[in-house]
Ligand binder design. Structure first.
Ligand SMILES: [Mg+2]
Length: 259
């Protein structure tokens, strides 16, 4: 999905959605806590269910590509695997309740920090802001509406495939932006930082944002692009604005030490 409005400025800032602009980690944590409790009430090991669920969820990613059915399916499959290993018959009622708890992740409104909204508004005065997020189209659209961010973004791209060097290059091309004047901000090293760095963008990693096992897969950052780490989205925006100010107040040849 793509939506655009009038472009402005020469700086392009590409931002991630989940756990960058809005928080989702607590939704998954709450669902897993609730299901783990249900599993234990049935006399099974909650910790064993968690380990199985995480492994199954990562394994399903390639085929289900973060569809909103993936997480609920991984939760149910983990329970069924435990039953199979113990040679016990699954309880259909428990199975239905697990599904219901897991689906809450996609029906509970996401939270957005007021500081994030203020930072986007400030950044939007002098830069083009593009959201590049992967995941289920309907879920991501719903989250955007809940977060009320649409008017603060120049364009919105929701993709089902992995973000790649080519995804970032395509956006640079679409905006006629130079890689060295462009930024990527996100919480995932393999998804938001490594491919953007490979495309030559400047990168800011939200290192403090918890994520799930799949986003903790090894990230090979092959480029010499400078990657900064900050604790929040508003800190990332302050950094972009500060660097732009430094660049515009110093001669072009003096910029090499900053990039
Ligand atoms: Mg993310």
């Amino acid at each position: 999905m793509k939506r655009g409005k009038a472009a402005k400025g020469s700086t392009l800032v590409i931002v991630d959605g989940d756990d960058t602009l809005w928080e989702t980690t607590h939704l998954y944590r709450n669902a897993k806590d609730a299901i783990s409790h249900l599993i234990e009430s049935a006399g099974l090991e909650g910790a064993e269910w968690r380990t199985a669920q995480e492994a199954i969820n990562v394994a399903l990613t390639e085929r289900m590509r973060l569809s909103s059915r993936q997480f609920p399916e991984s939760c149910v499959r983990a329970y069924l695997r435990m039953c199979r290993n113990r040679q016990i018959t699954p309880d259909p009622q428990l199975q239905a309740t697990i599904l219901e708890e897991a689906r809450r992740v996609f029906t509970t409104p996401v939270r957005i920090a007021p500081a994030t909204v203020r930072a986007l508004r400030e950044l939007g005065k002098s830069a083009k802001i593009v959201l590049l997020t992967k995941g289920d189209l309907a879920v991501q659209v719903q989250r955007l509406e809940e977060a009320g961010l649409s008017d603060l973004l120049d364009s919105i791209y929701i993709i089902r495939s992995e973000k790649s060097k080519e995804s970032f290059e395509a956006l640079l091309h679409a905006y006629g932006a130079r890689a060295e004047d462009s930024w990527s901000i996100g919480n995932s090293l393999p998804s938001d930082i490594a491919p953007a760095a490979a495309a030559g963008l400047q990168c800011i990693h939200l290192a403090g944002s918890a994520t799930w096992a799949y986003e903790n897969r090894p990230a090979l950052v092959t480029s010499s692009a400078r990657i900064r780490s900050v604790g929040s989205f508003s800190d990332a925006v302050s950094l972009v604005l500060r660097e732009r100010e430094l660049q515009s107040s110093s001669p072009r040849t003096g910029n090499e030490g900053l990039a």
